[in-house]
Ligand binder design. Structure first.
Ligand code: C2E
Ligand code: MG
Ligand code: MG
Ligand code: MG
Length: 285
């Protein structure tokens, strides 16, 4: 009967919800000692300048290999860490490790590239990030232009005035800001103009089908034109094919990032594959 069916559906629903919250609790508990247990690491994904073909920067992407749970995607654990506030300690750890890595490269006589760190809106809301980052750069004697921060469009728009103020403080320190996942966060154009950001990262959902879907193509085209008008650079995220790369080049997009160039890889691999190569190219020119 309909009534019975309804009850069954209800009990199924609660079981699913319970399973989900059990997983969440497990993740929460395991995250508590992830830093101390050495379970976190950084991967780097190169960003290429489309005019020169040079790798000019890399995005820092957090990885968690839990003893208990195995590999957990940041897409799953970052939102939980944001809910519990654990993102503050984790975010600080990512920043410190990134600055330490830059320091190591400098000490090894390697010409570094700028590293872009993802910042959570929870960090933006609760911490004095410019002060924290300034302190780290000073502690390790790393020049500020080697660090970039990414804030999602959605995050920026949850408190635009706070975002504007913080981005301005970064700008004054020489730390560049990018707006991540651009096109998915409903920012008003008037705010966008007031964010003194360095570049817009065009969300990969628009890049995915841009070579076949005329709407996606039009959006990518419009974002690039808008950025040019506002004096911002553009980077396309999630570039996986040569066709996408070529179209982006035609549209005058500045930079690309994606599997076509490289997956996110450990820092050692990144150094061997991209930094050493950059140095050889420079030596030839
Ligand atoms: P995001 O910042 O937008 O990072 C881009 C995501 O796209 C990464 O997923 C990356 O591995 C993936 N990606 C790169 N190229 C391609 C491609 O060609 N095709 C496809 N399908 N995917 C590609 P990942 O590493 O799983 O990270 C997911 C999200 O987790 C990030 O999205 C970011 O929002 C968040 N995240 C990662 N690390 C951190 C961190 O240290 N702090 C904070 N607050 N968030 C982080
Ligand atoms: Mg990002
Ligand atoms: Mg993104
Ligand atoms: Mg994302």
């Amino acid at each position: 009967s309909a009534k019975k069916e309804g009850r069954n559906r209800y009990s199924f629903f609660t079981k699913e919800m319970q399973a989900r919250s059990t997983r969440t609790l497990l993740l929460e508990n395991s995250l508590h000692d992830a830093i101390d247990a050495n379970e976190l690491s950084l991967n780097l994904q190169p960003q290429m300048d489309l005019k020169t073909g040079q790798v000019i920067a890399a995005e820092v992407l957090l990885r968690w290999n839990s003893h208990r749970l195995g590999t957990v995607s940041p897409a799953e654990f970052i939102p939980i860490a944001e809910d519990t506030g654990q993102i503050l300690a984790i975010g600080e750890w990512v920043l410190r490790e990134t600055v330490k890595l830059l320091k190591q490269w400098l000490e090894q006589g390697i010409t570094p590239v700028r590293l872009a760190v993802n910042l959570s809106v929870v960090q933006f809301r609760t911490q004095d990030l410019p002060a924290l980052i300034g302190k780290l750069l000073e502690e390790y004697q790393v020049p500020s232009h080697l660090l970039e921060v990414e804030l999602t469009e959605r995050g920026a728009m949850t408190n635009p005035d706070r975002a504007i103020e913080t981005i301005r403080a970064f700008d004054q320190m020489g730390v560049q800001t990018s707006i991540d996942d651009f096109g998915t966060g409903y920012s008003s154009l008037s705010y966008l103009q007031r964010f003194s950001v360095y570049k817009l990262k065009i969300d990969q959902s628009f890049i995915r089908n841009m070579t076949t879907d005329t709407n996606d193509y039009a959006i990518v085209n419009a974002v690039i034109t808008l950025a040019q008008q506002l004096g911002m650079k553009t980077i396309a995220e999630g570039v996986e094919t040569k066709e996408q790369l070529e179209q982006l080049q035609q549209l005058d997009c500045d930079q690309i990032q994606g599997y076509y160039l490289s997956r996110p890889i450990p820092p050692k691999e990144f150094k061997d594959q991209f930094l050493t190569l950059n140095r050889l190219r420079q030596a030839l020119n």
